[in-house]
Design a protein around this ligand. Sequence first.
Ligand code: 2P0
Length: 339
Amino acid sequence: MLSVTCTAPVNIAVIKYWGKRNEELILPLNDSISATLSTEHLCTTTTITASPNFTENKITLNGVEESFENKRLLRCLSEVRRRADEHDKCRKEILKWNIHVVTENNFPTAAGLASSASGYACLVYALACLYGIEKEELSAIARQGSGSACRSLYSGFVQWKKGCHDNGSDSIAIQIVPETHWPEMRILILVVNDAKKKTSSTHGMSTSVKTSELLKYRVSSCVDKNIEALTKALHDKDFELFGKITMQDSNQFHAVCLDTYPPCVYMNDISHSIVNVIHQYNKVHGEIKVAYTFDAGPNACLYLLEKDVPDVLRIINYAFPNDNVKSVEYIKGIPVDLP
Ligand code: 2P0
């Protein structure tokens, strides 16, 4: 019997992934960029045990047994096993053993807090550890579990390159800058609602690809420019530019969601109030001090610099005294070196 336990973090996109050109291989229409959070607050922990005595594969998510007959799960498992089979030093003797997977999120699952990202990153990383795969590029495998998962395998700010090969071999994540590059950067996550979302990202983006004209414009004319400018902002530690692009991309992503037919409505009234408060706050200061971004849910992620955290927390607590807005503080990624 052999057992491994790994932890993987959530990532929060500043240039959003929304739309696939290949649903089977999970190949995106556009590049995306995210920051990987610290595992102190939001993470997935997964234990995988392999044994010759297990009569079947099993998976438990947050204490509830789920079906193993899940296409994405099976694909990740077979991709890791295929690579292990090709490597001389891997534990080939255990490749045929069944496995039991026990996975826990320390935050609300499927509430727009990127649980599938940390979940599949953790699964693939743990499988690689189990079979003894070393120094392998794993992000292309994690991507086939959930697109955004490929970004959670690296720390700092990470770009998922859409790639151009039909087989997805170059649709991988790369680190743009490590978390040490901009150590003052912080993220506050304002949990507005932790209920499970109505429209899954997978379904929502598939409908957007079929129905949204705005998504075509976003992909053809906006994202590449923003990827380039945001990368420069990161290298230059230019918060003004970083914040502006982050907010504009979030707004465009939600505009695409509304342009989808039927529309995907992820932000709620509190989300929109947060947007207003942030713009007022930045206006009063005459510069961008805080940037918001919203994923496929109503919860806000605020990017800001450490020096501004106390004042922004004060404003948030003042503006939302009775609402369920909790804050969580930020960031350092996991090391990606396999043991
Ligand atoms: C992102 N989101 O870039 C964007 C922003 C949600 C909004 O990646 O179908 O759960 O599993 O590839 O990865 C959520 O999409 O979708 C997502 P699948 P995924 O973070």
